[in-house]
Design a protein around this ligand. Structure first.
Ligand code: PLP
Length: 393
């Protein structure tokens, strides 16, 4: 073995020993509430397809129509990849969210990495919730700004760090937070964060990846639901979750978007999204706007699922949304739980470090508006039985 092989082998062996091995599962029908795995039907509690739109015939038909315009965008946005449809999509997005301007990016990961590394530099400070998504962490690292990580949702800690940065004389500061936390299903105290943003004169970036389409009267996101969207300088979200398609957006004042056109490397140096994706997104936006009933269904099913788990004695952390963790702690027990669920016809993936902090392994259940009630109920029976067998409850 050469030194590379030794390093790779040792890393994989130590991850397996700690119950942290990862595996790719070939799945069919992941866009549906019932998916197929190894020839078996499983109730799908593992997708981010919260409104069930990924399998929606109108979106698929729109994608097929758009495919007539070409299989790919052929160039980056600033070359000839800025299709007329994209121009219309960005105008539509800005007016939907009542922001001055919008920018569509390839995906949420590239959006966060690009936005953060473009606005922040070595002399700036960024305040980031400890449980923010990995793409935020990576964007901050790339920016080389001073990184202040505040304890999850802890406003006192955030303020303490804001004061610290002030005494160090750091001029430009930015607070960044997920609005719905992807592995915990709890929500950020956005109103209080806005208060601190104003008090300390910082900028604010929120990541609405798991809230876009789900919260707000028309699915605009949590900032709109809480009526603080005017205070948000950079409002980012994805089309890959509730919208059921792919891609990401950021909304901001016109000059801030122009600044991104000039400086955001994950926007400038990559091929534009293909026409099928743009067509799908435009149709998905219409369905999200009209999707009040889907949002109500999702909310009812999520509430029921959370209540039943809590009654049975499970720890679901601070979840108040469609993302519901069953907190277990031990990695191997979590893996065993997930495997037993698969045997009982339920797909809920074990989430382990480094995706979540050490000692906080969990099953992550995510609800869909079009889950059948009887499937939810039978899943709850199985979860409770396995929970008792493994002494989780
Ligand atoms: C909070 C958050 N932000 C960003 C992303 C990345 O989005 P995308 O999957 O579109 O790259 C995710 C996806 O998992 C997420 O959970």
């Amino acid at each position: 073995m050469n030194s590379w092989e030794m390093m790779i082998h040792a890393k994989l062996a130590s991850m397996a020993e700690e119950g942290l091995q990862r595996e790719l599962r070939p799945i069919k029908d992941a866009s549906q509430p019932i998916l197929m795995y190894q020839g078996k039907e499983l109730v799908n509690f593992s997708s981010n397809n919260y409104l069930g739109l990924a399998g929606h015939p109108q979106i698929i038909a729109a994608q097929q129509r758009s495919a007539e315009q070409g299989a790919g965008a052929t160039a980056s946005r600033l070359i000839i990849g800025h299709d007329e449809e994209m121009e219309e999509l960005e105008e539509e997005l800005a007016s939907f969210h009542q922001h001055e301007a919008a920018l569509v990016l390839a995906n949420g990961y590239m959006a966060n990495v690009g936005i953060l590394s473009s606005f922040l530099g070595r002399h700036d400070a960024v305040f980031s919730d400890r449980l923010n998504h990995a793409s935020i962490v990576d964007g901050i690292r790339l920016s080389r700004a001073t990184h202040f990580r505040y304890r999850h949702g802890d406003l006192n800690h955030l303020e303490e760090l804001l004061k610290k940065a002030k005494t160090r004389g750091i001029k430009r500061q930015l607070i960044v937070t997920d609005s719905v936390f992807s592995m915990d299903g709890d929500i950020a105290p956005l109103r209080d964060i806005v208060f601190l943003k104003q008090k300390y004169g910082t900028a604010l970036l929120i990541d609405e990846a798991h809230a876009g389409g789900v919260f707000g009267k028309h699915g605009e996101g949590l900032a709109h639901e809480l009526q603080i969207s005017e205070q948000v300088d950079l409002h980012m979200g994805t089309f890959s979750k509730a919208y059921g398609v792919y891609g990401a957006y950021v909304l901001a004042r016109k000059e801030w978007i122009q600044y991104l056109h000039h400086t955001c490397r994950s926007f400038i140096y990559t091929t534009a999204l293909p026409p099928t994706v743009i067509g799908g997104i435009r149709q998905a936006i219409q369905l999200v706007k009209e999707g009040m009933n889907l949002r109500i269904d999702l909310s009812k099913k999520s509430q029921y699922f959370r209540d039943e788990l809590v009654k049975a004695g499970f720890d679901i952390g601070g979840s108040t949304t469609q993302i519901i963790p069953v907190c277990i702690g031990d990695e191997n027990t979590t893996l065993t739980f997930s495997r037993k669920l698969i045997e009982r016809g339920i797909m809920s993936v074990a989430i382990r470090p480094p995706t979540v902090p050490k000692g906080t392994a969990r099953l992550r259940f995510s609800l869909m508006a079009n889950h059948q009630w009887e499937n939810i109920q039978s899943a709850l029976v199985a979860i409770k039985e396995i929970g008792k067998e493994l002494e989780v409850i």
